[in-house]
Design a protein around this ligand. Structure first.
Ligand SMILES: Cc1cc2nc3c(=O)[nH]c(=O)nc-3n(C[C@H](O)[C@H](O)[C@H](O)COP(=O)(O)OP(=O)(O)OC[C@H]3O[C@@H](n4cnc5c(N)ncnc54)[C@H](O)[C@@H]3O)c2cc1C
Length: 463
């Protein structure tokens, strides 16, 4: 249980200007930025190798107005991006607050590319639901593992100390509500205390904490958690104990397309590009174009908590740019057949029902109508044999609620004043998705890890 204690004045075992809890994308970007601004930095990470949820992700970061977009002649702007986030989040977050990470994320990506040679490029062969421009930036393998490897290599180059197997258990407070330092525990039970001038919480949200999930997201209380198990919600619990404001704790990213039982993410491009989902009866049950996040609960409501994602070879080729999809194919998760009836046999759903579903979808595409679920099919390419199917389930990926922060990622009290020297970034901070799964626009996770990491590092160094 995360704990807070008044520092008794004894000497710390070590000291750094800026101490960062967690070495995911948010923590490492904050560290790089603080170091570049001249601060002494120490990153504390509970795992032996820093990976976090970032390494499990597709590593795609949305940003508007980057040089990568300009080079590809993509028209986009911060205003359009803010508008997309607000539309997906049903207007719940305030526009001025959303504009903070949106404004910071493009410079963060460009800075990492220029200073640390991270070779970002923009995905240009499909858009995620709700984004009105191609703006997902990723590394060559389109994987979060590569993102983490490259951020770790950058931290090494910048001579940043990362202490691994160091789980921060306790915040030590000093005068006037300042954080004087932290206490950490090692796997062998030994403990150390580290002093700091500023503390950055980069230990993500509470997706790995079953009790907190049951409290704030009851509809996913028994769902598969697909994020990093170390995301136990300490930042939120520490913040609450310090009198900080938390917000939108029920907000989260779910996903309705995790291969079952392989546990591999199947990109939602499989749906957006013209695929659809059916249940065990071979029937569609939703508008798949809405977004994958809200589909977690929708898929879990189907018999057995599963669905089949159906697409074709053209879409599989688009999906193959993702390492995850290639792994899913290698593990036999993607079944193929030449006709809907043969596919039905392979996935054990009624052949006549699946054939009728295919027929209805293709007729809707041909006539460009909106179907009874509200999905607009105009302009979407028909599916052509060979057809593909993957058995999927719904999962919780990460939580979006968190500690309220200002434009420097400083943690705020309910009256809007900032705590003296505490920052929160990434999943530890209040996200921009509002209070519902359906408010999550693709990329909102790494958006706040990159943007608030970049802002917090610079502001903490000034302290
Ligand atoms: C499968 C999957 C796919 C996703 N795809 C995308 C995507 O393509 N785009 C996108 O924007 N978002 C995506 N997300 C969400 C995204 O991964 C997260 O929002 C983002 O990685 C959060 O970064 P972070 O730095 O806040 O946390 P993390 O990357 O989780 O890092 C937190 C670190 O803190 C450490 N830690 C925790 N507690 C302590 C402690 N007490 N002491 C010391 N260390 C501690 C953890 O071990 C971890 O290393 C995806 C998530 C999942 C699970």
């Amino acid at each position: 249980m995360p704990d807070i204690r008044v520092h008794d004045g004894s000497a710390f075992e070590a000291y750094a200007d800026v101490v960062i809890v967690g070495a995911g994308a948010g923590g490492l970007i904050a560290a790089l930025r603080a170091k570049a601004a001249g601060a002494g930095v120490l990153v504390l990470e509970r795992d032996a190798v820093p990976r976090g949820s970032t390494a499990l992700s597709a590593g795609l970061i949305p940003a508007a107005g980057t040089r990568f977009q300009k080079a590809a002649n993509i028209l986009d702007s911060e205003e359009i991006f803010v508008g997309d986030i607000l539309r997906k989040a049903h207007g719940e977050p305030e526009a001025a607050r959303v504009a903070i990470p949106v404004r910071a994320v493009a410079p963060a990506i460009e800075w990492l590319a220029e200073r640390y040679d991270l070779p970002f490029s923009v995905i240009e062969n499909f858009t995620y639901p709700g984004h009105s421009a191609y703006r997902m930036h990723g590394l060559p393998s389109r994987s979060g593992l590569e993102l983490m490897d490259r951020l770790r290599a950058a931290a090494e180059r910048a001579d940043i100390d990362i202490i691994t197997e160091a789980q921060v258990t306790t915040l030590l407070t000093g005068e006037g509500g300042r954080i004087a330092g932290v206490e950490l525990a090692r796997p062998d039970g030994t403990r150390d205390s580290i002093g700091c001038k500023a503390l950055i919480l980069a230990c993500n949200g509470y997706g790995g904490n079953k009790a907190l999930v049951a409290q704030h997201i009851p509809e996913l209380a028994t769902a598969l958690y697909f994020g990093h198990p170390g995301n136990q919600g300490e930042a939120i619990l520490w913040g609450q104990a310090l009198g900080a404001q938390t917000a939108d704790l029920s907000g989260h990213q779910g996903h309705g397309s995790v291969a079952e039982p392989h546990g591999i993410l199947i990109t939602w491009a499989s749906m957006v590009e013209g695929g659809f989902q059916v249940n065990r009866q071979g029937k569609r049950f939703s508008d798949e174009s809405h977004g994958y996040s809200e589909h977690a609960a929708t898929v879990l409501k189907q018999e057995g908590g599963i669905a089949w994602s159906i697409f074709d070879a053209r879409i599989a080729e688009i999906a193959r740019q993702f390492e995850d999809f290639r792994n899913a194919e290698a593990q036999g998760a993607v079944l193929t057949a030449q006709t809907p009836e043969a596919l039905a046999l392979r996935i054990s759903v009624p052949a006549d029902a699946l054939a009728a579903t295919f027929e209805a979808v293709e007729a809707a595409k041909a006539s460009g109508v909106t179907d009874s679920f509200g999905r607009k099919w105009a302009g979407i390419k028909p599916l052509e044999a060979p057809y593909c199917a993957v058995k999927v389930t719904g999962a919780l990926f990460h939580t979006q609620g968190g500690l309220a922060v200002n434009a420097e990622a400083r943690v705020l009290r309910p009256d809007g004043t900032a705590l003296p020297n505490l920052f929160a970034v990434g999943g530890a901070a209040h996200g921009v998705s509002g209070s519902q799964a359906s408010g999550y626009l693709s990329g909102n996770g790494l958006l706040t890890a990159f943007a608030y990491g970049y802002l917090a590092g610079e502001a903490a160094a000034k302290l």
